[in-house]
Structures are given as structure tokens and as C-alpha cells.
Design a protein around this ligand. Structure first.
Ligand code: URA
Length: 433
């Protein structure tokens, strides 16, 4: 097979066969096909797309490039959840223990990734002593023992994705639905779960900006999962503002703990109940969503969900006194209230802007080798729909950086206010009348 001919085939709208895709991915993984040819191929895929067979073959070829995890030793259905990523997304910290407290086996391996704010692993590592590094045998033993483990990827899983993702990042070829689908699903399937729930984020803070694109991505990934015999389901959730109120590692752990104890923000709780109920159905524990939501609410009310999180923290070496008494966590040097410059209704909160500001305050990494400050971040005081008056606190920043002033104006641009002067005037007249 000639690589240049396959590039032309894709460029002109042809459909690649399984053998051709295997040849391309295997050649790239073994360094017999150079970056420049794969870059051209990726760009052709961005313009021409891939049909569902090609996307599944690509996923399989990527899985074959490395090791896979065998979770068969763990009895029962192993359910995993994946979010396509958003600002303030601490769902895994809540959902894992919540679902595991219902007896479902949750064996989750997360990648670290570059993000505005830290990923799930960075959040967990904000708990002193907690280790996300475990060998496969210990990982399996922990899931058998307490039904729950969240660790970093072990072994050489999907090396083709690492190479391809790095190349996509520098060639402007990240935003292709078949490429994103194969990248996510290859990693999920390689980590051995029987059932996968995908949380596809949609809005300004997500990869998918429109509901149409989010739906296409969700369907594409579900079809791959079905072809590869995994019960794969998806929900599309809102990223037109950050999830919950906290952005930043310790701040998000504390919010997750509050949610597990029943005092978290409503949007985070609602998402965890919806997603959790679907995972319970996938695991065969209940038949319908209403029963699932009832069971999950009971686990929160009885304290079982929080106890499961405690067990996981303890098993992974973490000091549980920090989550029992969150006031023990390190506090940022500067905790500064940000006030609204005008009066109006919060129409939109540009999540990506807050993510970038949080990163600059120390909560995330710009480059892989950057260190994270676990105490840094932002806490929102208002969300979409709220009425704010000039001078009201809309957010609080947490940082050790003395130059925090530089980021305040940028943070304020994230809050899009609508004036609605006439409406508010009428309300005031009525109130005073
Ligand atoms: N997340 C991934 O793992 N891969 C992509 O291509 C995009 C988001």
C-alpha cells in the first residue's frame, strides 16, 4: 500500500478499508510512516469526515497499538464514565462514590491531559497523601474490595492516541468528530469497562459549541461502543457556564464533598443524579431512571455516598481528616472579591474565559511540565439567571500570585449581563406600589 495514494483517496472523499486504516495506524505507531504524511491524512479526515465503519476501524486500530486492561477478575458489570471536558467539572469525584455506594463496580482510569484547570487526577492529588498511581493488580484488588478506584492510566494504553493527539494539537486537526470519537473511545475501551456513560458537554466552555455537533459526537461514540460490544450511552449537558460554583483543585474537592453530603450546588447534583441513574441501569441494578434517582438520593441522605468517597481516599493513601474537615486544606494567600461594574441579569458566563483566568491564577497548566497550585481558583457567587446590582460580589478569586490584579478585568468579561432596565423598573414599581 502506498501512503500517498491513501491520502489522496481520503482527500477526494473515498472510504478507507479496515486493512488500509490498520496499515496507516500501525505504520505511524512503528515510525515507518512520518508525521508529515499523517498530518496530511488528518487534514483530509477533517474535511471529508469518516463514515461509521471507518471510525470504528480507526478506534480498533488505535486500541491494537498498545496494551489493554482486563477487568474480568472483578465480578459484575464494570461501569465507567467519561466527560468530554468542561470548566468546574468535578462530576467524577461525586459520581464514582455515589454509584459505587449502590454496589456497582466503578473502575476508572483517567488521563492527565492539558486543561485550563486540573483534571480529575489533579483534583484527587489535592488531598494530602492521596496517590493516583497503582499497578493493575492493586487497582483490581481495590475495586474488588470497595467497588471503587480512580487512578491514572497504567501500562502502555493506546500509544497511537498519544502520538496522534500531539500531532493533531500542532496541525489544527483536533476538532474533527471522527478523530475525537476514536481518540476517546479507544482509551475507554482499552481500560476494560463493560459499560460506558459519556457526558458530552455543549456550550462555550466545551469542544462542542452547538447542540447539533454535540449530538453527532455522542451518536458517533455510541455507535463505536455498540460495534465493539460495550453498552455505551450518552448524555449531553450544559457548558454555557461552569458546572457548580468552584473552579480549581482544592475548591472543587470541597464542593464535591459538599455535594456527596447533600449540600452541593443544584446543577452539579442534578447532573450526578441523572448520570448516576443511567449508570445504575447499565449495571442492571434498577430498571428505570426514577428508581435510580430515588436510590441515589437515599445514598446521599444516609451518608453512604460520602463514606464511599472516604473509603476510596483512605485506600489510596489520602488523609481523610482533610475531607472531614475541609478547613484544614491550604488556603490561598490572596482571597479577593470581584464586584460587578453594572446592574443586570446574568445572561451567560463564558466558561472558557474563567478556565483561562483560573489557569493564570495557578489552578491549571499551560505546559505539561507546569506545577499546579492546588489552592488556586475561582468561586462563582452568581450563575446564569441571577440579578446582580453594581457593586455586588460576582466571584471570588483564590491565588498566591501577587499580580492577580492583571486578571481581574479578563475575569469580569466572562460575565455577560443583560440590562433589562424596563423589566426591573416595572418590578420595582410593583414592589414599591
Ligand atoms: N479528548 C480526547 O481524549 N481526545 C480528543 O481528541 C478530544 C478530547
Amino acid at each position: 500500500m502506498k501512503v500517498s495514494e491513501l491520502i489522496v483517496k481520503k482527500k477526494t472523499g473515498g472510504i478507507l478499508t479496515k486493512e488500509e486504516i490498520d496499515f496507516l495506524i500501525s505504520g505511524y505507531s512503528h515510525d515507518t510512516i512520518p508525521d508529515y504524511q499523517i498530518s496530511a491524512l488528518l487534514m483530509a479526515i477533517c474535511y471529508q469526515g469518516m463514515d461509521e465503519h471507518e471510525t470504528s476501524y480507526l478506534t480498533e486500530a488505535m486500541i491494537k497499538s498498545g496494551e489493554t486492561i482486563n477487568l474480568k477478575a472483578i465480578k459484575g458489570v464494570k461501569v465507567d464514565k467519561h466527560s468530554t471536558g468542561g470548566v468546574g467539572d468535578k462530576t467524577s469525584l461525586v459520581l464514582g462514590p455515589l454509584v459505587a455506594s449502590c454496589g456497582v463496580k466503578v473502575a476508572k482510569m483517567s488521563g492527565r491531559g492539558l486543561g485550563h484547570t486540573g483534571g480529575t487526577l489533579d483534583k484527587l492529588e489535592a488531598i494530602p497523601g492521596l496517590s493516583i498511581e497503582k499497578g493493575q493488580a492493586d487497582f483490581i484488588a481495590q475495586v474488588q474490595d470497595i467497588s471503587l478506584a480512580i487512578i491514572g492510566q497504567t501500562g502502555n494504553l493506546v500509544p497511537a492516541d498519544k502520538k496522534l493527539y500531539a500531532l493533531r494539537d500542532v496541525t489544527g486537526t483536533v476538532d474533527s468528530i471522527p478523530l475525537i470519537s476514536a481518540s476517546i473511545m479507544s482509551k475507554k475501551i482499552a481500560t476494560g469497562a463493560d459499560a460506558i456513560l459519556l457526558d458530552v458537554k455543549c456550550g462555550n466552555g466545551a469542544f462542542m459549541k452547538t447542540i447539533e455537533d454535540a449530538r453527532t459526537l455522542a451518536l458517533t461514540m455510541c455507535k463505536i461502543g455498540k460495534k465493539l460490544n460495550r453498552d455505551t450511552r450518552a448524555i449531553i449537558t450544559n457548558m454555557r457556564q461552569p458546572l457548580g460554583l468552584a473552579i480549581g483543585n482544592i475548591l472543587e474537592v470541597v464542593e464535591a464533598v459538599e455535594t456527596l453530603k447533600g449540600h452541593g450546588p443544584q446543577d452539579l447534583l442534578d447532573l450526578c443524579l441523572d448520570a448516576g441513574a443511567i449508570m445504575l441501569i447499565q449495571a442492571g441494578v434498577i430498571k428505570n431512571k426514577d428508581d435510580g434517582i430515588k436510590m441515589l438520593k437515599e445514598k446521599i441522605a444516609s451518608g453512604a455516598a460520602y463514606q464511599k468517597f472516604r473509603e476510596m481516599v483512605a485506600h489510596q493513601g489520602g488523609d481523610v481528616s482533610y475531607i472531614d474537615h475541609p478547613e484544614k486544606f491550604k488556603k490561598a494567600k490572596y482571597i479577593i472579591d470581584i464586584k460587578s461594574a453594572q446592574t443586570g441579569y446574568v445572561e451567560e458566563i463564558i466558561a472558557v474565559t474563567l478556565g483561562e483566568v483560573a489557569m493564570k491564577l495557578g489552578a491549571g497548566r499551560e505546559k505539561k511540565e507546569d506545577n499546579i497550585d492546588p489552592s488556586a481558583g475561582i468561586v462563582l457567587k452568581e450563575k446564569v439567571g441571577a440579578k446582580v446590582y453594581k457593586g455586588d460580589v460576582i466571584a471570588t478569586i483564590h491565588t498566591d500570585k501577587a499580580n492577580y490584579q492583571e486578571y481581574i478585568e479578563e475575569l469580569k468579561t466572562a460575565f455577560r449581563l443583560k440590562m433589562e432596565q424596563y423589566l426591573s423598573l416595572c418590578r420595582e414599581v410593583l414592589l414599591h406600589g
